[in-house]
Ligand binder design. Structure first.
Ligand code: 5GP
Length: 127
């Protein structure tokens, strides 16, 4: 499988420090920051520092160390933001959009962590 990463995307620019962000957590292989257009009281994006287009790219080509670090970082964000049920929070949704049908806007893999309110049903059928 061939993935093509465009390093002019906005999250690549955030990682290079060209655009500011409101950082929640930074680890060796991941960065978490507040979404610029929050869809819920808690809306944090977790991104790997490596050049991965989407979840399946990351799953296929990231190292075990990157995957572990990213996953732990995402879990830590839930704790920091107070939404993790294991820490007494009320819960959250973790979403990753990919490609055209997933309606992915930014072509750098990211996990949305949403919470702080009841988020409603997951999806509505379009047909
Ligand atoms: P996608 O549709 O690709 O899953 O989500 C992209 C997300 O990135 C959107 O929720 C959008 O609000 C967010 N976003 C786009 N540009 C910026 C930016 O410059 N800074 C931050 N913090 N978030 C951004």
């Amino acid at each position: 499988m061939v993935y093509s990463y465009d390093d002019t995307n906005i999250f690549a620019r955030i990682l290079r420090g060209e655009i500011p962000n409101k950082t929640v957590l930074e680890t060796e292989h991941a960065l978490a920051f507040h979404d610029i257009g929050p869809q819920a009281p808690v809306h944090v994006l977790v991104i790997p520092k490596g050049p991965y287009v989407n979840f399946d790219h990351f799953a296929a080509e990231a190292s075990a160390e990157e995957i572990a670090d990213f996953t732990r970082a995402a879990g830590e964000v839930c704790r920091i933001m107070g939404v993790g049920p294991g820490e007494g929070g009320q819960g959250y949704r973790a979403i990753s959009n990919a490609g055209a049908h997933g309606v992915q806007e930014v072509p750098h893999y990211h996990l949305h962590i949403l919470g702080g309110r009841v988020l409603g049903g997951m999806l509505k059928r379009a047909d």
